[in-house]
Design a protein around this ligand. Structure first.
Ligand SMILES: Nc1ncnc2c1ncn2[C@@H]1O[C@H](COP(=O)(O)OP(=O)(O)OP(=O)(O)O)[C@@H](O)[C@H]1O
Length: 323
């Protein structure tokens, strides 16, 4: 992509600047004063349980919904006062599949490019995207004949026709099989390497963990945390120990408070590294004369951290969330 060159002295440092955003739907406050920046060239994750306000924030960034208070700019262009310039720099892959079913894939993309004032010069780019997203064989097929996963990839191509330097993907891989998710992420990673800023919302936390260098977690309309992924993963000083006892033996009473669950007949214990060394667990079992059949340890992942921060798994509606 040519429009994603490195920042110059005059260019704004932020790809997206979000300042004091509030959004009210009647009595419901879907966003309660959200402020943060997404830097140029970042691969950034916006996470949160259902109803946290992610889609509302994305709609405000894309200029489709007006905030009740606050402002957003894309590469220095206010999304309200300078809507066209902001929109020109942004590609948004929406969550919902909305298409004219009768258009053929390639024609639809060419028409979409026209809306941004792009002509034949982007046709090779459209064909390149079709190739990268494994859609070349479907270029002359009408939209209604595509599977859900293919439609989702056309949606990605549609958001990128004008080569925007900033791309937002709102759950682009929801319901898409593993192979297609890989294709999508390989393509997005290439664009990112070439300088595109990529913002992603996803319910697949392992995707965010693997791809994104910084993560914001929205919860009930506010930013619960915004940190580099590695800091987020490292700041939780515990690990998990999975342990299967010989002959279904019972765990000693003293270790029971550490148990967080059972997986395939093995108990999972959450150990704080400073307070519950693994050796202490083994000592307690030895003293009680209990044999161990199998054991393994696991570092906390984003899913664990998400639950700890928000009190519920990703995808669950927050208790007391604005509804
Ligand atoms: N047009 C609307 N009118 C009224 N309420 C709305 C509207 N759009 C969103 N909401 C409410 O605002 C809150 C935030 O919704 P939003 O869709 O932004 O959350 P989300 O984090 O994107 O959730 P999900 O992961 O389910 O997509 C929810 O309580 C939702 O019901």
């Amino acid at each position: 992509m040519t429009s994603t060159s490195a920042p110059t002295a005059a260019a704004p440092a932020s790809a997206i600047e979000i300042r004091g955003i509030r959004k009210r739907y009647g009595a419901l406050e879907a966003l309660r004063g959200v402020s943060f920046d997404i830097r140029r060239g970042e691969f950034f994750a916006l996470l949160g349980p259902n109803g946290a306000g992610k889609s509302t924030l994305i709609s405000i960034i894309s200029g489709l919904v007006h905030a009740s208070e606050g402002s957003v700019s894309v590469l220095g262009h206010d999304t309200v006062r300078d809507y066209r310039a902001a929109r020109r720099r942004l590609g948004v892959v929406p969550q919902e599949l909305v298409f004219d079913p009768f258009f053929k894939v390639r024609d639809m993309l060419r028409i979409q490019a026209g809306y941004y004032g792009c002509g034949k010069e982007v046709w090779p780019w459209i064909d390149e995207m079709l190739e990268r997203l494994d859609l070349s064989a479907k270029a002359n097929v009408s939209m209604r004949a595509l599977s859900g996963g293919m439609k989702r990839r056309v949606l990605i191509a549609q958001a990128l026709v004008h080569k925007p330097p900033v791309v937002i993907l709102d759950e682009p891989t929801a319901g898409v099989d593993v192979e297609l998710r890989r294709t999508t992420w390989a393509f997005m990673s290439d664009l990112h390497r070439q300088g595109t800023t990529v913002v992603l919302t996803t319910h697949y936390l392992e995707e965010a963990q693997e791809l994104c260098s910084r993560i914001a977690i929205l919860d009930r309309g506010s930013v619960a945390v915004i940190e580099p992924t590695q800091h987020l993963l490292a700041r939780h000083p515990y690990r998990f120990l999975r342990i299967k006892l010989v002959d279904g033996a019972q765990l000693p009473e003293g270790l029971m408070p550490l148990v967080t669950g059972e997986v395939n007949g093995a108990l999972e214990l959450k150990l704080e590294t400073s307070r519950n060394p693994i050796g202490g667990v083994f000592d307690a079992l030895r003293t009680a004369g209990i044999g161990i059949e199998d054991v393994h340890t696991r570092e906390p992942d984003l899913e664990d951290i998400f639950i700890e921060l928000t009190g519920h798994p990703v995808g669950a509606v927050a208790a007391g969330a604005p509804k």
